[in-house]
Each structure stands twice: as C-alpha cells, then as structure tokens.
Design a protein around this ligand. Structure first.
Ligand SMILES: C[S@@+](CC[C@H](N)C(=O)[O-])C[C@H]1O[C@@H](n2cnc3c(N)ncnc32)[C@H](O)[C@@H]1O
Length: 260
C-alpha cells in the first residue's frame, strides 16, 4: 500500500492526535532540545498542522523567522489557520527532497515525524544541509514502529492490522540508520534521545486512543478482508477501553546534529 496521504478527513484525525497532552509534551521536549533564541531563523520541514512551528515562532519572536514547509494542501491550510496571528511564520508549499529555498538561509532546520514518510531520506538530509548556515543545527524526530507495545483483545487480528499499518511509512525503522545517514550527509551528531509515548491506562484524549481511527481507515483502504479486519480491530480496541483495560507504549527518537 502507499504511504499515508492526508486528505481533509485524515487531517482532522491527525489534529485530534496532535492536540493531546501526550503529543503536546513531546513538542515541549523538542523545543527544549532545540532551544530557539530570539531573532533566529528556523525551518520546519513537513510542518503539518503547524503546531510546533507556531511554538518555535513564539520563541524566536518578532525579530526572528520561521519557515514551515509541507507538501499537503489540507495540512498547509490547517497550518495557515493555526498561525494567522504570527507574522514571523511563513508557510511554503514544497517537498523535503527539493526545498524551494536558497542556500545557507537558516540557523536551524527541524523535521518531526516526516523523514520516515520520505522515499529518499538522503536527498532530504542533503537539502537540510544546503539550506543551513555552516554550524547550523538540525533536529529530527522519527518513530521506530517496532517499539510499539499495545495490549489487544485479539492478538492475531492485532498483529495482522499492525502488519498492514507498517506500509503507511516509507521506512518504519528509520531511527536505526539516522545517525549514520546524518554523519554521511555532512552533519556532526551531538545527541540522541528517546521520547517515549506511554498510555498505561485508557484516556479519550490520548495518543493511542486517537490513533485508532487513523490506523483503521488506512488499513481499510486495502478493501476486502483487510477492511473487515480493520473495522473489527477498532471495535475490539473500543470494547477493551470500555472494559477499563489499556496499555500502550511507543518510542520516538530525537537526533540533534550540527552542519559541518
Ligand atoms: C506525521 S505528519 C508530522 C507533522 C509535523 N511535523 C508534526 O510533527 O507535528 C507528516 C508530515 O510530513 C509531510 N510530508 C510527507 N512527505 C513530505 C515531503 N516529501 N516533503 C514535505 N513534507 C512531507 C506530510 O504532509 C505531513 O504534514
């Protein structure tokens, strides 16, 4: 199956996931690692709904500049709506593999939960390096989907749905090779952190509750038995939550490096 695309419905579901306290806490940890300074110029590649870009724009202030790039029309529209009151934030349509931006124009480039969806990660890293000034920093976050631990009432059905979900990204194991790729692309690696998502009990406003419909819709696109499986799996998970049982954990990895 193809990499997950964001139409208006998927954009609405992604936003519901991104406003949860789980993901808000990850953005705060990310901004702390970036440590944006007033007046800095920061590029957010694959900015999606623009929540992180907005937070960075507030930190760099009126004298700074944030450029948010994305390929998806519905996500660019969501980012514009969210950031209408931030004149220092520019939203640009563009592809991570061919950024429509000049050389050496940024102090920092960030990309969270994007490179795992890009079919040519090395081209995207080369572009990040090109648009950064020498010594500029890069911060990248991606998920290793093998780190997912999720209790489910029907483990065999859960395993089939997760196997189908694995096709939603171009590389569901990208963090394993990112340090090497960054070094090869001309960056000096400074830090790798794990950013865990943990839902040890069920809450509606949580990452794991709100990702269920995104996964079910994606897997159902295959049609036939997969679609029936996806619907039954979503029903299973809701029944499990209603019964008070839940356990979910997933690791994202943050890489911080500097342009040589
Ligand atoms: C899972 S969302 C992450 C959004 C945002 N970075 C965040 O963490 O809140 C993935 C985003 O990457 C964008 N994307 C995927 N491939 C891209 C590419 N080749 N160039 C630019 N953006 C891309 C998608 O449109 C989507 O907005």
């Amino acid at each position: 199956m193809d990499v997950l695309q964001y139409d208006e419905e998927a954009t609405r579901k992604l936003l519901a996931v991104y406003v949860t306290p789980d993901v808000a806490a990850q953005r705060d940890a990310f901004v702390a690692a970036l440590a944006p300074q007033p007046g800095e110029r920061v590029l957010d590649i694959g900015a999606g709904p623009g929540l992180l870009a907005g937070q960075i724009a507030d930190a760099v202030g009126a004298g700074g500049e944030v450029c948010a790039v994305d390929v998806s029309g519905p996500l660019l529209a969501a980012a514009r709506a969210h950031n209408a009151a931030r004149p220092q934030l520019r939203i640009v349509e563009g592809d991570a593999r061919r950024l429509p931006l000049p050389d050496a124009g940024f102090d920092a480039a960030v990309s969270t939960q994007v490179l795992e969806y890009v079919d040519d990660v090395d081209a995207a890293l080369a572009e990040m390096r090109r648009v950064l000034r020498p010594g500029g920093r890069v911060l990248v976050v991606d998920t290793d989907w093998d780190s997912m631990v999720w209790m489910a009432p029907d483990p065999a059905r859960h395993a089939r749905v997760m196997a189908a979900w694995a096709a939603h990204a171009a590389d569901v194991h990208l963090p394993r090779t990112l340090a090497r790729r960054l070094e090869r692309a001309g960056f000096a690696l400074r830090e790798v952190q794990v950013l865990p998502l943990l839902n040890a009990e069920h809450r509606e406003a949580s990452y794991s509750h709100r990702i269920v419909p995104l996964i079910a819709d994606y897997v159902a696109l295959a049609g036939g038995a997969a679609a029936a499986d996806a619907r039954a799996w979503a029903d299973d998970m809701h029944a499990q939550a209603a019964g008070g049982a839940w356990f979910f954990s997933l690791n994202r990895y943050l890489f911080r490096a500097e342009r040589r």
